[in-house]
Design a protein around this ligand. Structure first.
Ligand code: PLP
Length: 416
């Protein structure tokens, strides 16, 4: 008789995990207020500036510029830093596509540097060898909501006079050594897309303590206007990336929930890490001591096929899903995405005769990111962490069950 659900046995869990996003009276009231105010967007906004101020302050920044989404936030920030034709930006390949395309869309060149095998964040020991005279910035992506090794990254950036862009799209409220992400580097970019820990369906914000960077971001996001300028006055080049009052109203309400939700995610993630560490072959992403707050947008764990009798990760994920535990294998290293096999031959900046460096992305190799992508990473999404202990126990029970019946899994796969 089969034990595992994938082979027709009973499932560990029938119940769905908590839904996302959550809302209540606060969001309802905030939206109605915007509706009745008649001020739904534009420049003279009421709620957007309130949200910008509060979110920036929460992230220990003097300034915030909201925008349409996290991708736009990165594009605007890169442009505001003056990064352009043929400049190079160092980033990890283990991230969402927007981290890299925001660089390309500014006609700059993404230079991929591998991640640390235990944290999956940018490996500082590999950054310096990738720096050239064209390097202008390091993009530190706080993957899964866990801050990068910011001391080492800042040290290198200062030494080589580079800007630091914190891609904090997944890291609302996260902290490195007591300092909130977004305020550690030159500029921080967040996303409020629907899966994020704070969401308005879509949306983004740039935060900074640098007045000049703020002024430039503000102008770029507002069709080149300047604060206090006339409606038809456009001294700079910019697009329309403005956020609406609806989004800001929902985000203010969501921000009121952030602290409590973070506490729940943190407690559940620590519990889950501890319990998983007792099962051979699955361990949580390492959390360095200096990570004083982890946003846990993704609970990333590492799978070791050997401890599961050679069952590969793809089959493990299928078996776990069949037990009623949603999970995935996460990112493909970005340079393996089809867009990168095309850009160097067909698009600016690579086709520009003034650009000296042409990167053939098919030759890029970041072994740690590749191993994570093909064989090791196992992701659980943040809404699962907003549940209670029994939800965590069911994840642990399912992993332990698959481990206990790994021979059954292997045999079924071999005879299929
Ligand atoms: C690391 C990272 N960077 C950037 C983005 C882009 O944000 P958005 O989806 O709001 O454009 C995301 C969102 O998924 C992300 O996870």
């Amino acid at each position: 008789m089969a034990h595992l659900a994938i082979n027709g046995g009973p499932r560990v869990r029938e119940k769905a995990f908590p839904r996302w996003p959550v809302h209540g009276e606060a969001e309802r009231k905030a939206i109605l207020e915007v509706l009745e105010s008649g001020q739904w967007g534009g420049v003279e906004q009421r709620v957007v500036p309130q949200f910008e101020e509060q979110f920036a302050a929460l992230h220990q920044c003097a300034h915030g510029v909201t925008c349409t989404n996290g991708t736009a936030a990165l594009e605007i920030a890169i442009r505001a830093l003056g990064i352009s034709f043929g400049d190079e930006v160092i980033l990890p390949p283990y991230t969402f596509i927007a981290s890299a395309t925001a660089i390309l869309l500014n006609q700059a060149i993404p230079v991929f540097v591998d991640v640390d095998p235990e944290t999956y964040t940018l490996d500082p020991s590999k950054i310096e060898e990738a720096i050239t005279p064209k390097t202008k910035a390091i993009m530190a992506v706080h993957i899964g909501g866990m801050p990068c090794e910011m001391d080492a990254i800042l040290h290198i950036a200062n030494k080589h006079n580079l800007a630091v862009i914190e891609d904090s799209a997944q890291a609302h409220g996260a902290e490195w050594a007591g300092q909130r992400v977004g305020s550690i580097g030159t500029v921080g970019c967040f996303s409020f897309q629907s899966s994020k820990n704070m969401t308005s369906g879509e949306g983004g914000i740039i935060v900074t303590n640098d007045q000049e960077v703020y002024d430039r971001c503000w102008s770029i996001h507002n069709v080149g206007r300047i604060p206090g300028g006339r409606w038809y006055e456009h001294p700079n080049l910019g697009g329309n990336y403005r956020m609406t009052e609806w989004q800001a109203a929902i985000l203010l309400a969501q921000m009121g929930r952030l602290h409590d939700q973070m506490k729940v995610r943190d407690a559940n993630a620590r519990y889950l890490s501890e319990k998983l560490s007792q099962i051979p072959g699955v361990s949580a992403q390492k959390r360095p001591e200096k990570v004083t707050s982890h946003a846990y947008h993704i609970f990333i764990s590492r799978y070791n096929a050997e401890a599961f009798g050679g069952v590969d990760r793809a089959l493990f994920l299928k078996a776990l899903s069949a037990e009623g535990i949603p999970c995935s294998g996460g990112y493909v290293p970005l340079y393996r995405e089809a867009v990168f096999s095309r850009v160097h031959t067909s698009e600016c900046p690579f086709t520009c005769k003034h650009v000296e460096r042409v990167v053939d992305y098919s030759k890029v190799s970041c072994p740690v990111a590749e191993h994570a992508s093909t064989s090791e990473a196992v992701w659980f999404s943040q809404p699962m962490l907003t549940g209670d202990r029994s939800d965590m126990d069911s994840i642990v029970e399912a992993v332990a069950k698959v481990h206990a019946h790994r021979d059954e899994l292997k045999q079924a796969a071999e005879s299929a």
